[in-house]
Write a new protein. Structure first.
Length: 188
């Protein structure tokens, strides 16, 4: 997924920055906001930079990337994610990374994915907990589950027509809560 985003960012005529979240505590800002992915190396590391920086100035282990968020102000990446959410085929990559490193989630991550899909089927808001991330109540993560596919959860700030989408590895999700809310009435 990150390599596909990198390819879109490299060929786009406008800047398409994303916010990258990490599943470990470090001296890096979490999230690293407004980043351009410059390289995904052998499915082991990812390099990124701010749009104002000419060369990549940060590299992290791929396994420490929990996920990323993008707003509709990054049109190419945003549309790519909408297409992934609405697709019926598995998420695919154009490189050998996914072929060499198949998605193998532990059963607990698979279970949390099934529970998140259940919440999505009722249109419920959820509060997601990401390993290594202390959530800020004033800037919460998007909290509607839009899709769960290939060990990834796609979250939006609205169940229909979101303006922000986040993609996280199910393996980075430590849990979630369903806050008190009124379940929307079914439409007939």
């Amino acid at each position: 997924m990150l390599n596909s985003v990198r390819q879109l960012q490299a060929t786009a005529t406008v800047s398409n920055p994303i916010d990258i979240f990490f599943s470990v505590s470090s001296t890096l800002s979490n999230p690293a906001t407004g980043q351009i992915i410059t390289n995904v190396v052998d499915c082991s590391t990812v390099s990124f930079r701010s749009p104002a920086t000419a060369v990549p100035n940060t590299r992290v282990q791929l396994c420490d990337v929990a996920g990323f968020c993008v707003a509709n102000t990054s049109p190419d990446v945003f549309q790519f994610l909408l297409d992934q959410i609405n697709a019926t085929a598995p998420v695919t990559e154009d490189d050998d990374c996914s072929k060499n490193q198949p998605c193998i989630c532990p059963s607990c991550a698979e279970g949390i994915g099934q529970e998140l899909m259940c919440a999505a089927s009722f249109g419920l808001q959820v509060n997601i907990f990401i390993r290594g991330l202390v959530t800020n109540p004033t800037t919460p993560l998007p909290n509607y589950v839009l899709a769960v596919r290939d060990c990834l959860v796609f979250l939006g700030n609205a169940p229909i027509n979101p303006t922000e989408i986040c993609v996280f590895s199910l393996c980075a999700i430590t849990g979630f809560t369903v806050p008190p809310q009124t379940i929307p009435a079914p439409t007939i």
